[in-house]
Design a protein around this ligand. Sequence first.
Ligand code: ADP
Ligand code: GN1
Ligand code: MG
Length: 355
Amino acid sequence: MTDYMKEYKGAADSFCLAGEATDIRPYGEGHINLTLLVTTPQKRYIMQKMNTHVFPDPDNLMRNICAVTEHLRAHGAETLNVVPTRDGKPFLKGKDCFRVYDFIENTVTYQQVTDKKVFYNSGKAFGEFQNCLASFDASALTETIPRFHDTPKRFADFRAALAADALGRAKECGPEIEFVLSRGDTYGKVVEGLKDGSVPLRVTHNDTKLNNILMDAKTNEARAVIDLDTVMPGSMLYDFGDSIRFGASTAAEDEKDLDKVHFDIGLFRAYAEGYCEAVRGSITPRERELFPYGAYLMTMECGMRFLADYLAGDTYFAIKYPEHNLVRCRTQFKLASEMEKSFSETGRIVSEILG
Ligand code: ADP
Ligand code: GN1
Ligand code: MG
């Protein structure tokens, strides 16, 4: 028996699986939950040890996911299917919490864009996801992480981590710290827009990176939007921006060689074409105006979160080596610095697409 079988077979046995688990192994590249592929002779499942440090209210989190997936399914979308425990609950509650989904077969996830068409397809799918959630009652949702994309608040959290400098790491990252601090007056436009009503509050996904969408293994068409933990009221700019942050890069999020990391404007265009095709009917003038800025904002926000986590001692994002979060923040700042220089060009692209 493998160590994973030993450790997690008991949890898997608590769910209504089609048969007995014969193999359990880690799966995917998520930074938050421990994701396991569970094989039975009949079918395969995804079991996740839920990160209750990041999501401290698993009852309401799973209530959200059940409601959102029901809504998506009722509208004809392929989505996650929650497999209940043997006593009919949506997750297994204990010292550790677990949930199980059907494994969506014949799909792939990409850690980087290899083909423009894939990125276009993902843009269209996240746009359609947004459209579908327009008819979802936001008041039925718990905010699983309050102020998740409140960038000024993230900036304050960053400054607190810097002031604490728990591991004495600040001295190793002077230029990165300076990069965040010197842009302190650029982080407010979306929260201000939400406050004054110029940016509409919508139900959004909030974590739209490319590996949170399953693509058909044969056709590369989008099949299902996954990782629904952060579906909450938010701005369309968060979803658009976060996809660009991750996908419109010429390198992986944790590429060490910054010479390989560039903001790819052709990829920006491909995603924007897909996304706008879906949301053309509902997007407001202020939202479209802020698309280029939204990409910059989500990139800076993610970068400062990686750097804050590095300074705090890596308590949030899963890491594979000690400097992983520092490496990640550097790619974000490289991308953001190129995005800043491209605002007029990306703005023109949005205008060309939307007319
Ligand atoms: P995290 O919150 O840690 O990012 P995710 O829910 O995104 O975790 O899952 C991590 C990875 O596992 C995904 O990127 C995807 O590759 C894979 N995955 C998750 N759920 C499924 C599923 N139901 N079917 C197939 N693959 C899945
Ligand atoms: C996390 O869960 P995952 O790996 O899809 C994070 C996102 C970050 C992303 C950076 C709940 O996403 O906000 O943008 O890492 N999710 C949460 O890769 O914090
Ligand atoms: Mg994920």
